[in-house]
Design a protein around this ligand. Structure first.
Ligand SMILES: NC(=O)c1ccc[n+]([C@@H]2O[C@H](COP(=O)([O-])OP(=O)(O)OC[C@H]3O[C@@H](n4cnc5c(N)ncnc54)[C@H](OP(=O)(O)O)[C@@H]3O)[C@@H](O)[C@H]2O)c1
Ligand SMILES: *[C@@H]1O[C@H](CO)[C@@H](O)[C@H](O)[C@H]1NC(C)=O
Ligand SMILES: CC(=O)N[C@H]1CO[C@H](CO)[C@@H](O)[C@@H]1O
Length: 315
């Protein structure tokens, strides 16, 4: 009995120490004020996006929550306004699974908002399915929609420099491999959903990298981020079986959204990281990626293919 109790106490202690030393992660300590700055957070109504939007609003930024659902976004706007004590938080409709919606959003934004200093490409999905334009959902939302959005807003970001783009990626990129012949096949089950998700997250890293190359000398910088394993709604559409498998792991080993958002916030506000433009951040630090995620040739090719798929080509 005593051994059993000592054993469990020890296990709990080891768990707590591990949690705080390895899993919880580092907090962003910067006290940068964002008064007079404007930020867009895609998917700012829940999970990591909502916590990020709240932090930026508390720093005085005008924050646009770019979300696909008015019903889900309005309570978040209300909540963030109350908690940040700011009325500079607004909702604008953006469905990243539809290129036309991305264009409409950009037009509306550019007409109604004179400034843009921070673009947080956060929205993401791990679900199967197709976009309105017939693309694989993860690819279409996580990469292509954000690719188009960023390009449409780029001139405004340049006019307002110094400004930043933060692309929320994932360590799942490790499993990804870009196959330009099969960018578009729809997935069928949770396994293929994870596979497709990984590819889109690899594209996020390559995109942030190529952006940085193209933006050299403009004072617009870009960063990709792995937030950690965070307890959010990201796999909401997974099968019951997968959720059942994930549940105990998530319970023990996931971060809260507030802890998970720290590196996103860091890349948005920390002074002096401009020299790391194009790099990948974990735990508020630059992290080296595997070779396939720092392949500049691949990043360039991905850019060209994405331009064509998003209908951005004028050459
Ligand atoms: N959670 C993790 O462990 C983890 C790990 C690594 C990376 N990430 C990344 O972190 C980012 C945020 O995810 P999260 O964990 O906070 O997940 P989440 O709670 O599911 O939030 C995802 C957000 O994306 C929005 N979204 C999904 N599809 C969209 C579309 N077609 N158009 C516009 N918005 C759309 C969702 O809107 P609705 O609420 O309307 O659905 C929601 O606001 C994602 O890019 C994800 O890949 C998460
Ligand atoms: C970039 O910022 C530096 C330092 O503030 C400034 O000297 C330079 O003119 C800026 N360049 C552009 C293209 O805005
Ligand atoms: C974008 C992409 O590579 N899609 C893949 C999604 O998953 C299916 C099933 O595994 C693959 O056939 C697709 O190529």
């Amino acid at each position: 009995m005593v051994t059993w109790m000592v054993g469990s106490a020890l296990a709990v202690a080891v768990y707590i120490v591990t949690y705080y030393s390895l899993l919880k992660g580092t907090s962003c300590r910067s006290d940068t004020s964002l008064k007079g700055k404007t930020a867009i957070v895609t998917g700012g109504n829940t999970g990591l996006g909502k916590v990020t939007a709240l932090d930026l609003a508390r720093r005085g930024a005008r924050v646009i929550l770019a979300c696909r659902s008015k019903e889900r976004a309005e309570p978040a706007v209300f909540d963030i306004r109350k908690r940040s004590n700011s009325n500079q938080v607004i909702f604008m409709h953006l469905n990243l699974a539809c290129l036309k919606s991305v264009r409409t959003f950009a037009e509306t934004f550019l007409k109604s908002e004179p400034r843009l200093h921070l673009l947080i490409n956060n929205a993401g999905t791990g679900s199967n399915g197709q976009t309105a334009d017939g693309f694989n959902l993860a690819w279409g939302v996580n990469h292509l929609g954000h690719f188009l959005l960023t390009n449409l807003l780029l001139d405004r970001l340049k006019q307002c420099a110094p400004s930043r783009i933060v692309v929320v990626s994932s360590v799942a990129y490790c499993l990804g491999k870009v196959d330009f012949n099969h960018l578009n096949a729809p997935g069928e089950n949770s396994i293929s959903a994870i596979w497709n998700y990984s590819i889109s997250k690899l594209c996020n890293i390559l995109f942030a990298r190529e952006l940085a190359n193209r933006l050299e000398g403009t004072n617009v910088t870009s960063y990709s981020v792995h937030p950690g394993f965070v307890n959010t709604e990201i796999f909401r559409d997974f099968s019951v079986f997968f959720k059942f498998l994930l549940f105990p792991i998530a319970l023990l080993f996931s971060k809260t959204p507030s802890d998970g958002a720290q590196t996103i916030i860091y890349c948005a506000v920390q002074e002096g990281i401009e020299k790391f433009s194009g790099r990948y951040f974990v735990d508020c630090k630059v992290r080296k990626v595997f070779p396939h995620a720092r392949d500049d040739g691949m990043a360039r090719k991905l850019w060209d293919v994405s331009e064509r798929m998003a209908g951005l080509c004028n050459h």
